[in-house]
Design a protein around this ligand. Structure first.
Ligand SMILES: [Zn+2]
Length: 462
């Protein structure tokens, strides 16, 4: 059966590969599966296979060549079936993962992923905090470290539960544990000093109410940026829900890109401008991506909304270079996404809301999925998803996170069909415009539920 499935995909000629060492089957015909090709001695990779997304036939060919080469060098092959979906359509996903060490390619991983979700449903990282978490976050000095750990687990369980109830294919931890400076990315940096006060405390919300942090020395992150712990918590919490959901969702981790993260740090004599700060943060975020890959994360979103906000007045090729250098350790080793919105500071956009300035340069971003916000922009420039879908999956924001108009199911289904006029189903992902952290939870829940129902109704009629 394994051989016939793989042969049907035309990706790997198992007769040529010749070896199947391990086969673990969960639900053979209705499951995505992952092939891991490792050197026999490479226990680390054998037991921690990293899924490799593949979206192009050319990559499949390269993958086959790599796999054959790998096997000639006495590699082993593991098949791991992943119970992920009920869809009967299969699509090959995979990419050679040259785990280069000492200049040698010593392992090759391939993921053949069922096209479980033509029209996949996903979210951007954040989800509204429960009221009690916001209250607790202003009284943290009254909690002990174990109390705070419990708060984090409980809040994550709420975000996961709501997303699973909505029926999403991809979920996150809702960024529920980033409720305090010390638990945010900046709290993990050394060489900066927290801006303690809002420079403007009254009046309508705007970025100038959020102070910038001073840089006081060399910027380092000796203990990482906290994403691995977040991923481990998400896995632990999602596992509790596993028996009660029909299909395990993909777990996604969001990481800010260095240009976006640099926006809240003040330049100084050592770091002359935002680009200098970006270059200082870039290796720290690269390292975080490496750690996430080692921990087996299936999907990472590197958020760079500042790039989309500033593209109209910036060197877009320079942005692409920064982005690609950042994600280099993760590209081809997991499903890699980016989120390019125009800001959502307390429900307000902050950028020039046009995608035209980003393209065509941003088509060279090294990602498997590019997210654009469409709902709050009344689907202006929707045709941009056609160009995106020629290179990668296009994730389309169809939920307006800034509006309390709860998009009805029929309304959303029509928007999904509108997107299908521009891109094929297996290239489309549907999400809210941005993270839901600035949308009341009651509205976020209903919006997500309607989005999933709308996408499913269109999917069932494909
Ligand atoms: Zn956003």
């Amino acid at each position: 059966m394994v051989v016939s499935l793989v042969d049907a995909l035309g990706v790997l000629d198992l007769a040529q590969l010749g070896v199947v060492v391990n086969t673990t089957v969960a639900q053979p015909l209705h499951a995505a599966f992952r092939i891991t090709i490792n050197k026999a001695h490479d226990q680390r990779h054998r037991h921690s296979p990293v899924p490799i997304p593949l979206s192009q036939k050319t990559r499949a060919k390269r993958c086959e060549e790599r796999a054959v080469t790998c096997l000639k060098n006495e590699c082993s092959v593991n098949f791991i079936f992943l119970d992920r979906s009920k869809s009967k359509t299969w699509r090959a996903r995979g990419l050679p993962s040259p785990f280069k060490r000492d200049g040698q390619t010593d392992a090759c991983l391939v993921q053949l992923d069922m096209d479980s979700c033509p029209l996949r449903t996903s979210v951007i990282g954040s989800y509204p905090f429960p009221g009690w978490l916001l209250f607790a976050s202003t009284h943290l000095n009254q909690f002990g470290s174990h109390d705070i750990a419990e708060l984090q687990d409980d809040a994550t369980a709420i975000a996961v539960g709501d997303q699973l109830a909505a029926g999403l294919d991809v979920i996150t931890d809702g960024e529920q544990t980033r409720f305090d400076f010390n638990l945010s990315f900046y709290g993990h940096l050394q060489g900066i000093e927290l801006e303690p006060d809002s420079p403007r405390r009254f009046g309508p919300p705007a970025h100038d109410q959020r102070g910038k942090h001073k840089i006081t020395g060399q910027i380092t992150a000796p203990h990482g940026l906290g994403c691995v712990a977040e991923f481990e918590r998400l896995k632990r919490v999602a596992a509790v829900f596993a028996p009660s959901v029909p299909a395990a969702p993909t777990l996604k981790v969001s990481v800010p890109g260095p240009f976006t993260m640099a926006g809240r740090l003040l330049p100084n004599a050592q770091y002359a401008d935002r680009y200098a700060i970006t270059e200082a943060l870039l290796p720290l975020i690269r390292r975080e991506l490496e750690l996430l890959i080692e921990s087996g994360v299936e999907e990472i979103c590197v958020d760079e909304p500042s790039m989309s906000c500033y593209a109209y007045k910036s060197d877009t090729a320079r942005f692409v270079d920064i982005f690609n250098r950042t994600v280099e350790p993760a590209y081809g080793k997991t499903r890699l996404c980016t989120h390019l919105c125009f800001g959502n500071y307390k429900g307000h956009a902050v950028g020039y809301r046009q995608y035209a300035p980003l393209f065509p340069a941003f088509l060279d971003l090294h990602v498997d999925e590019m997210h654009v916000e469409m709902a709050s922009r009344e689907y202006a420039e929707l045709e941009v998803i056609a160009a995106i879908a020629e290179r990668m999956d296009a994730a389309v924001g169809i939920i307006d996170v800034k509006s309390y108009f709860i998009e009805p199911v029929d309304f959303l289904a029509e928007r999904v069909r509108q997107c299908l006029d521009h891109a094929p189903a297996d290239r489309l992902v549907f999400t809210p415009d941005c993270g839901l952290s600035q949308t009341a939870r009651w509205a976020a829940k209903q919006k997500l539920a309607n989005m999933v129902e709308a996408v499913r109704s269109v999917r069932s009629n494909l």
